[in-house]
Structure formats: structure tokens, C-alpha cells
Design a protein around this ligand. Structure first.
Ligand code: HEC
Ligand code: HEC
Ligand code: HEC
Ligand code: HEC
Length: 235
């Protein structure tokens, strides 16, 4: 009895997904992907450059090595996940016949800039790097320069998004269209449950700039460089 209702529920869920994707994706992949699916559901005004470009500055120890933290987190491996046996089962249930690693129905949320018009991609991204910085911080072609990055207002004008709870950026992907979305994944302080909770989710992927560095990175970096130079000359 229980397994039967479970089966019926899964079937209903699969049908909803099939209908949803069928409506939006049609036979091929149209550029009109549904809102709420990955970057393709976001308004893209600037070009993507890929995580490696951010690493140049955000891979530095002094900065807090955001790149290193991301490398070890769930987003970097989101494409690798699609090659796992569990993904095949999920895809079959959702009526997706292509291998998950090649299926637009999965890649829209598991890879950065998938389904985004090619003219909005400055340098091709490494598809193996899954959900990269720009899925949450916005395409970085125009804000990536040192002087702009150092000035939050300028950076926002050049496309740096604010991924806070209110902006709903996480929910581009963390929503009911995800076949693994579990409405009981997160427990709130009052004991109720929810499929996504910004504060708790952020704490699982936290990658802050160290407090004493925040707002002073460029000057501290100059000091660091000067010391390195002095040490070299001393030798
Ligand atoms: C472009 C789509 C996308 C966006 C935007 C996104 N995520 Fe994710 N997130 C994923 C995918 C896909 C996974 C599953 C990765 C895996 O298991 O391989 C995931 C997994 C996670 C996980 C681990 C699973 C869990 O719920 O504990 C956390 C935590 C998380 N994301 C937090 C966030 C936060 C916080 C934001 C917003 C600041 C965010 N994500 C924005 C796609 C996204
Ligand atoms: C709407 C965005 C979205 C789509 C579409 C999507 N995923 Fe995900 N996927 C996520 C997110 C977000 C997570 C993190 C867990 C969660 O909240 O669902 C995730 C997690 C996973 C996981 C890890 C299991 C877990 O519970 O953490 C697997 C496996 C997976 N997805 C496979 C797939 C496959 C296969 C497809 C295509 C049939 C797919 N996903 C389509 C967003 C998506
Ligand atoms: C899944 C979404 C997500 C991904 C992927 C992600 N970030 Fe973040 N990042 C956030 C959120 C949310 C915050 C905290 C809110 C804020 O400060 O804007 C944050 C904060 C930051 C901060 C500011 C920290 C501070 O102390 O103010 C930097 C710098 C940063 N991220 C850089 C990166 C870089 C570089 C990458 C890629 C290597 C990356 N992020 C990947 C969501 C993400
Ligand atoms: C040329 C170096 C450089 C590159 C490349 C760079 N950044 Fe930054 N970024 C900075 C500097 C400098 C700051 C300001 C640090 C401070 O607080 O003093 C900063 C700050 C940030 C912040 C924090 C904004 C806030 O809330 O104050 C985020 C988020 C961020 N960068 C994301 C990115 C992402 C994503 C990329 C790649 C698309 C990137 N950066 C590329 C140098 C860089």
C-alpha cells in the first residue's frame, strides 16, 4: 500500500517534470529555458569568463582563497555528480533519455552558463567545473578588474550580483524543479522543515574574505609584495 502510493507520487512527479521540460525544451533545446532553471533563467547582461579568471586574485591565501574552498564544495563537482549511477536513475524517472552528463534537463542547473547564448560567453568555460563563481556572483567580464572590484558600487554597476537571501539567486536552482529537491532537507529553528534555507545553506559553502582584510586587500597585498621584495634583496 505504502510503496504503491510512493510509486504513484513518483509517477506524478515524473509526469510533471516531463510536461515542464517538454513544454519548454521541445524537441531540441530552445533558448527560451524556463525561469528558475540555472543561469539560463537569469537575466544575463554581461559576459561569462569562468572561475579560473577569478582564481588569479581569489585563489590567494591573503584573500581567503575562495577558489580553494569552492574546489572542495558541492558546486564544483556538480557535473561529476551527473556521471554517477544515482543520476541515471533520477534521469530515467524524470523521463530523460540522454545520459545525464549530456542532458540539457540536468545541465541547466549543474553547470554554469549552460543554455546561455554563446555571444554572452567571453572565453569557453571548463564544463567539468560545474556550478562556478559566476552562477552566484554574476558574469564577470566587466567587474573583474582590480580597481572596479575594490569599489563595491562600481562592481555592482558592472554586473556583480548580490546573492543574498532576498535576491533569490540560489533559488534559480534550489527549487522544486530539481528532481532531488527535498522539502524536508532543512530544519528551521521553530522545528518546521523546508527544501532550502539560505542561512544554513550559505554556512555549508562559506568562503569569506578574512575580517581584517575585507576592504583593505589591495593595500595589504602591496605591503605583502614589498616585504617579499625586501626579503629577496636581503638574500
Ligand atoms: C546554477 C545552479 C545553482 C545555484 C545558483 C546555486 N546552487 Fe547550490 N547546488 C546546485 C547543485 C546542482 C547542487 C548539487 C551538487 C552535487 O551534489 O553535485 C548544489 C548543492 C548545494 C549544497 C549542498 C546540498 C545541500 O543543500 O546541503 C549547498 C549547501 C548549496 N548548494 C548552497 C547554495 C547557496 C547558498 C546558493 C546561493 C548563494 C546556491 N547553492 C546556488 C546548484 C546551484
Ligand atoms: C532546477 C535545477 C536542477 C535541475 C533541473 C537538476 N538538478 Fe540535480 N540538483 C540540483 C540541486 C539544487 C541539488 C542539491 C540538492 C537539492 O536541493 O535538490 C541537486 C542535486 C543532485 C544530485 C545529488 C543528490 C542530492 O540529494 O544531493 C543528483 C544525483 C542530481 N542532482 C542529479 C540530477 C539529474 C540526473 C538531473 C537531470 C535529470 C538533475 N539533477 C536536474 C538542481 C537541479
Ligand atoms: C553557490 C553560490 C556561490 C558560488 C558558486 C560562489 N559564491 Fe562567493 N559568495 C556566495 C554568497 C552567498 C556569499 C555571501 C554573500 C555576499 O557576501 O555577497 C559569497 C561571498 C563571496 C565573497 C565575499 C566574501 C566577504 O567576506 O564579503 C567573495 C570574495 C566570493 N564570494 C568570491 C567567490 C569566488 C571567487 C567564487 C568561485 C571560486 C565564488 N565566490 C563562488 C555565493 C557563491
Ligand atoms: C584582479 C583581481 C580580481 C579578480 C580577477 C577578481 N576579483 Fe573579486 N575582488 C578583488 C578585490 C581586490 C576585491 C575587494 C577585496 C577587499 O575587500 O578589499 C574583490 C571583491 C570581491 C567580492 C566581494 C564584494 C563585496 O561584497 O564586497 C566578490 C563577491 C568577488 N570579488 C567576486 C569575484 C568573482 C566572482 C570574480 C571572477 C568572475 C572576481 N571576483 C575576480 C579582486 C579581484
Amino acid at each position: 500500500m505504502n510503496s504503491l502510493t510512493g510509486f504513484a507520487r513518483n509517477l506524478a512527479r515524473a509526469l510533471v517534470l516531463v510536461l515542464w521540460f517538454g513544454l519548454w525544451l521541445g524537441p531540441g533545446v530552445s533558448s527560451a529555458l524556463p525561469p528558475g532553471l540555472g543561469d539560463a533563467g537569469a537575466e544575463i547582461e554581461h559576459k561569462f569568463i569562468g572561475a579560473r579568471k577569478c582564481k588569479k586574485c581569489h585563489g590567494k591565501e591573503l584573500m581567503g582563497d575562495q577558489n580553494g574552498i569552492w574546489q572542495k564544495g558541492p558546486h564544483r563537482s556538480a557535473v561529476a555528480t551527473l556521471a554517477k549511477p544515482a543520476s541515471l536513475v533520477i534521469a530515467r524517472k524524470a523521463g530523460v533519455s540522454a545520459p545525464p552528463s549530456e542532458a540539457p534537463e540536468c545541465l541547466v542547473c549543474h553547470a554554469t552558463a549552460y543554455g546561455v547564448p554563446t555571444e554572452m560567453i567571453w572565453k569557453p568555460l571548463n564544463p567539468e567545473e560545474g556550478v562556478q563563481c559566476e552562477s552566484c556572483h554574476g558574469p564577470g567580464r566587466d567587474y573583474r578588474k582590480k580597481k572596479i572590484m575594490d569599489d563595491l558600487d562600481e562592481a555592482r554597476k558592472k554586473g556583480l550580483w548580490d546573492p543574498s537571501a532576498e535576491s533569490g539567486i540560489c533559488e534559480h536552482c534550489h527549487n522544486e524543479s530539481s528532481p532531488t529537491f527535498d522539502p524536508r532537507r532543512y530544519t528551521l529553528p521553530d522545528g518546521s522543515t523546508t527544501g532550502f534555507d539560505y542561512d544554513q545553506a550559505l554556512s555549508r559553502i562559506a568562503h569569506p574574505i578574512p575580517e581584517h582584510v575585507k576592504g583593505h586587500y589591495l593595500e595589504l597585498r602591496e605591503e605583502q609584495k614589498a616585504e617579499e621584495k625586501k626579503a629577496k634583496e636581503g638574500n
